[in-house]
Design a binder for this molecule. Sequence first.
Ligand SMILES: [Zn+2]
Length: 356
Amino acid sequence: MKPAWTAFFGIASLAAASSGCALSPLSTTVDRRVVLISIDGFRPEFYKSADYEAPNLKHLAATGISADAMMTVFPSLTYPSHATLVTGVVPARHGIVANREYSAEKGVGDWFFQASSIKAPTLWDRARAAGKTVAIIHWPGTLGANVDWFVPEVFGPNFDFAEDWALVTKNMKKELLDEILAAYPHPGFKGFSDVDEFTTQAAIRILPTYRPQLALIHFINLDLTQHATGRASPETKAALKTLDEKLGRLLATLDLAKTTVFIVGDHGFMDYDKTINVKRSSKFFTHSEGGQAAIYSRDKKSDLRTYNALRKNARDRYTVLSTANTRPAADAARAARTPEPRRPSRCPESRSLRAA
Ligand SMILES: [Zn+2]
């Protein structure tokens, strides 16, 4: 497996619990496992700044390898970003170009829950083809993935927790659900932190018991808390602290001498003070998510005219991209701006992940 540095992106970073030290070179150890943990809406301040309380993350960053910044993809949304994390290619190639499916013909549809929507080979495809065992726990866009242990990320249109819990339990194997619940009698979801707790409990059950060679794990509450309360709110700081505690419990169950842990983020957050309303028109189909909007002209002959008109009227209020100019510019910007990884000045004396 290629180092995550070169293959992956993310505003955040990561701490490799054991790969940054000469004491445990990856290339000479055959019985190794990889755990890729995505914290939604994660960014380097969370482990670099004294304003945030995250002892486990800070310990990992101090004793492993961490980044000061990384570039995400365009559009910087959860589902496109997570598909890039597991394919190494941009959304224009893997096809997950938004959180939700949409088209001029059908309008806005469901979220991109299905693994079959990803049009590029994934990490779990490659791992399974190589005879490795794989666990997926709450990773976006993986419904139907052919892996050994699977806990879905799936939810209804209304963010109704009872409905979401029913969808999760319906879309996973009953034996595995019973096994997790036997070890941790979970009452269902009452909030997004409960979703992360179930993810934690599933990981604590699956990883030490079955020791999958590749595990993908995704936590959601930090993202939703930032959406609701702001990127540096007291609630966000509390959510980070809570998540860090869950990570500590999970990481303490792993055999870190044989495990490389990557902690990444899919995108960060920016404050904004203005919005742009994209008018509906019979001539265009539009769909906006986050800080971007897709505009399709229903008459393909007018594509170039539309593109030029949008550029002419931008006046620094927005940036216009097209499939013709997006990829080379993004690749060049990424090559120019992606910083070199910062290596630790010393190797950890202990691999304990408990906070100092
Ligand atoms: Zn996200």
